[in-house]
Design a protein around this ligand. Sequence first.
Ligand SMILES: [Mg+2]
Length: 228
Amino acid sequence: MRTIVLWDIDNTLLYTGGAGSLAMARAFRDLYGVEDAFRRIEFSGRTDTAIFGDAARAHGIAAVRMPGETARFLDAYVPHLRDALHEVSGGALMPGVIDVLGALSARPDVVQGLGTGNFRRGGELKLRHFGIDGYFPTMAGGFGDDSGDRAEVIARGIERLRDGDGAGARLVVIGDTPQDVAAAHANGAFALAVATGRHPADELREAGADLALDDLADAERVERVICG
Ligand SMILES: [Mg+2]
């Protein structure tokens, strides 16, 4: 049976060292003159559209302006992200990620893509910076641009990765937060949770993860789990 895998990016594939939030803060400052606009805004497990929406509302940007403002914000964010990725320290790929990506990409029965809250252009920069963009040559999947709601992002990702092939496939979502788990289940996918973010494995298990691992270092086991 074919398996469709959707990867979360932040704290699942990689940790940027805080480049994403730094770049968002700088973009917001450039556009609206507000420093540290995201100070009270939760980032973890959320989509960039929802994160920006919260900040925009908190600083008085009317809802009716949001579609246009989100596009403007994205244009301001991308160059800041490119700079910030080089500027911050402490960024890294998560353990085992390269081996798992390599093993899955060698299998004809697996289609890999992204299921991430990142804006597509932001996600692409992060993958390229850490040298794993080659595993996602068409950047197929679901992104923060698609919706503020993570379950809808995953739904769009599945639709694109199926690529018109409606036949049954095993669906696997890999992520580091309870939101990834919920979005997986909302779409009938197996939720593989990995505790490389701020949520320990126990908490991810309690959130309903079908399997919660400390990390992906045991790539052979991870491949077995993913492929069923
Ligand atoms: Mg994440």
